[in-house]
Ligand binder design. Structure first.
Ligand SMILES: *[C@@H]1O[C@H](CO)[C@@H](O)[C@H](O)[C@H]1NC(C)=O
Ligand SMILES: *[C@@H]1O[C@H](CO)[C@@H](O)[C@H](O)[C@H]1NC(C)=O
Ligand SMILES: *[C@@H]1O[C@H](CO)[C@@H](O)[C@H](O)[C@H]1NC(C)=O
Ligand SMILES: *[C@@H]1O[C@H](CO)[C@@H](O)[C@H](O)[C@H]1NC(C)=O
Ligand SMILES: *[C@@H]1O[C@H](CO)[C@@H](O)[C@H](O)[C@H]1NC(C)=O
Length: 361
């Protein structure tokens, strides 16, 4: 009896631990506070709490002019070029267009307390740990983690050409996650306009599971931070076109405030301006059509053989003119359609501009 309850107590304890350690906390904006390696979150890397001490992980990298081909991306992230080429369905010699999202497989393993992939990086002129983590590695590492990896190097005295280890953020699924069929975790660098739901959908992941995986209670995320996306199957080439950069957003360093009022205001303004433009164009078209019409009418009315004039040409003329008008209208509608479509896209993507889907400050 006693041993039985001891066993159940132990099981209960294990379950509780599992619940506490089931996921990885989202680091959020703490990644910009380079002097503060707060260990209560994941700024130093994701905790080694998974089933395995090593696993296959994935990261998404946005192609940039300096790192825009299979070889240079593989070198930067310490990955395997042929696997990058296979997953993204391109030849080994391929070059990616700027900002194209490339899926990069990495061997993820425990180094001390954290999962990571060690990438070797050569310091370039003007580099700081923050610049390397945020700009070069696109938030797939953090300044704190890089610093933690090189305790002997003064972060203010980086020597150009010297080599450092950049720990790339990755994680292996926990028991809790494998129980529900999650086999891989993908580190995704959040960009402007991204939402947890949108990111999850991009990879066929469940939004709730993504929130869980990052211990996020509300879906407020920041751009230039990384999010873990739980995957059942290994990811394949990202086919969705990159979303058009949303206009009139504040600078990247200051994420928009939580309220949706400023955005709603912008949409209303765009709507009013669009309506005014349409009105103007329509009146111009009507005006010109009228001007064109008048001489024709006079000719027809003053024509001597008005009686003899067969009705058909006049009818045809009028039909032609209304066709003209229709054509102009439809071309306006077409150009307008483009705007309406974008607006609808935004509407769908943000669940009718729900404040829940906004990147909060
Ligand atoms: C890939 O990019 C690097 C860095 O820009 C460049 O040096 C290299 O020649 C490129 N390789 C290929 C195969 O395009
Ligand atoms: C992971 O490690 C194995 C064994 O060293 C290697 O064959 C494979 O190419 C590596 N994969 C990646 C994506 O780096
Ligand atoms: C990563 O590099 C550190 C030293 O910078 C080393 O201690 C650690 O074992 C390495 N991890 C792996 C998985 O190679
Ligand atoms: C982080 O990097 C992005 C480019 O990847 C850049 O636009 C942004 O300004 C950087 N953030 C800061 C705080 O410098
Ligand atoms: C996994 O974590 C979720 C969220 O915390 C929890 O609801 C669920 O019960 C856990 N499952 C297991 C098997 O521990």
């Amino acid at each position: 009896m006693a041993s039985f309850s001891l066993v159940s107590l132990f099981t209960l304890f294990l379950c509780c631990c599992r619940l506490i350690q089931a996921q990885q906390p989202y680091a959020g904006r703490r990644t910009i506070d380079c002097m503060n390696p707060d260990t209560s979150n994941s700024v130093l890397g994701y905790t080694c709490n998974g089933l395995g001490t090593s696993c296959r992980g994935y990261v998404v990298f946005r192609s940039q002019p300096l790192f825009n081909n299979v070889t240079s991306i593989a070198n930067l992230l310490s990955s395997d070029p042929s696997q990058i080429a296979d997953i993204n369905e391109v030849p080994r010699t391929a070059t990616f267009r700027t900002n194209q999202m490339v899926i990069v497989p990495i061997n993820c393993s425990c180094s001390g307390d954290h999962y990571q992939r060690n990438a070797t990086y050569t310091i370039r002129s003007g580099d700081t740990y923050f610049f390397i983590a945020n700009n070069t590695f696109q938030a797939l590492s953090t300044c704190q983690a890089i610093q933690n990896q090189q305790p002997d190097i003064q972060p203010t005295k980086l020597i150009m050409g010297s080599m450092i280890t950049v720990p790339v953020r990755c994680a292996c699924p926990t028991r809790n996650q494998t129980d529900v069929g999650i086999n891989y975790l993908l580190s995704y660098p959040i960009a402007q306009g991204d939402t947890v739901a949108g990111i999850s959908e991009m990879f066929g992941a469940d939004t709730e599971r993504t929130l869980e995986a990052n211990q996020l209670r509300d879906p407020a995320i920041f751009f230039f931070t990384s999010l873990l996306v739980p995957l059942q199957d290994s990811p394949s080439k990202i086919t969705v076109p990159p979303p058009p950069p949303p206009p009139l957003l504040p600078s990247p360093t200051t994420p928009p405030p939580s309220g949706g009022s400023s955005k709603t205001w912008i949409y209303i303004l765009v709507g009013i301006l669009g309506g005014a433009a349409l009105l103007l164009v329509v009146s111009i078209v009507i005006f010109f059509n009228k001007r064109k019409k008048k001489p024709d009418m006079i000719v027809n009315v003053t024509s001597e053989n008005f009686e003899a004039c067969n009705e058909k040409p006049l009818e045809k003329k009028l039909v032609d003119e209304s066709q003209d008008l229709l054509d102009s209208m439809s071309s306006i509608a077409q150009s307008l359609n483009l705007k309406v479509y974008k607006f609808e896209e935004l509407q769908v993507a943000t669940d009718n501009f729900s404040p829940d889907y906004q990147i909060k400050g």
